[in-house]
Structures are given as C-alpha cells and as structure tokens.
Design a protein around this ligand. Sequence first.
Ligand code: GRF
Length: 204
Amino acid sequence: MRKKFKLAVLVSGQGSNLQALIDNIKLGKLKTRIEVVLSDNFKANAINIALENNIPAVSLERSGFSSRKEFEGKMLKILEGYTPDLIVLAGFMRVLSKNFIKTFPRKIINIHPALLPAFPGLDSQNQALEYGVKISGATVHFVDEGVDTGPIIIQKAVRVKDNDSRDSLAARILKLEHKILTEAIELIRKEKIIITGRQVKYKK
Ligand code: GRF
C-alpha cells in the first residue's frame, strides 16, 4: 500500500479552506490524509469541521502560553508526533518564528487572499479595494521568515468590480483559495516543484 502523503493543517477561524481540502480528498482530487488540525483559538469553527470529519483536532489557546516560544514548542511537540509531510496554514493568522520554520524546511505553505507581493498581512481584500486595483486574487507560497514573503507556488486572479464591497471581493477570492490550495499541495505531493532561489518552477 503506497504511503499516504500526510498533512497537518493550522487554522485560526472559519475553516472554509480546511473544508475545501476535506471535500477534495473525498472527491479524489487531493490524494493526501489530514492527520491533525491545530488551532490557535479554541473558538475557531475550523475545529468543529475537523471533529465532524473525525480528524484529530487540538486547539492551543495562544493566551494560555507565556510566550510565542512556549506556544510554538507545544505545537512542535504535537506536530512531531504526527510526522506530517507538509504543514498547511489554512486561514492561520499567526507569524511563525524562524526556529519553527527551520524545523520544517520547505514543508510549510500558506494561502493568502491577494496577489503577493501586493497587500501582505491582514485584511488584504480591503487593502486591494482601498488601493483601487482592478485585479486581485489569491496566492499559495512557501512560508519563510518573513510575513507572506516566501517563494510563490501558485497564483490566480479575479477582476475587482466597481460595485465590490470588501465582503463580495473576499467571497470571490475565497473560491479561488479553495481551488489553488489543493492544486499546490498536489504539485508538492507529486514532487513537481523545483525551487531555485525565489523561483518555483514545475517539472513537466
Ligand atoms: C481566508 O481568506 C484566508 O486566506 C484568510 O482568512 C480567510 C478565511 O479562511 N487567512 P478560512 O475560511 O478560515 O479557511
């Protein structure tokens, strides 16, 4: 039996990206297994989604830890127990330390609701709207020590409409996120990715 490509998924909120991963696994579009879901917030709806799908879920309330070091130390202990092939930040809102990232070199990816390097950080959908761009979108990238600065794996764009609100734009981008996160994980699972410096290229 071929070894399953194992995912650990880190979440902070709604969990729609986690739900999309679960749906795509069921549809056979994503040939992986989600070993564990970790949240930094016990109120995250994403935890309920994990439990409803019989996926082990741990919420580590950040406020319960005296430092980021202690908080990440606990996360690392849990993750090492599951030996994930890839860690997926799916709506995870925290910046991870250099030490955490070094523990899983090129094994952490993030989904961001903008066309990086434009609009990193928080509420990028509103940043895009306020700036007046005509095109925005979503990015999947490897996580490095910066904020939303790692090598880009996949991007997809949407048109920004004149009558868009923050929420209508966010909803359109979210649909893209749900698609490209699975596409990126499949490229990695199939070892189709070549990283040269900042550039990510795909093997034919
Ligand atoms: C998404 O736009 C994600 O990119 C951002 O938070 C939003 C909700 O994500 N970080 P999810 O529904 O919790 O997956």
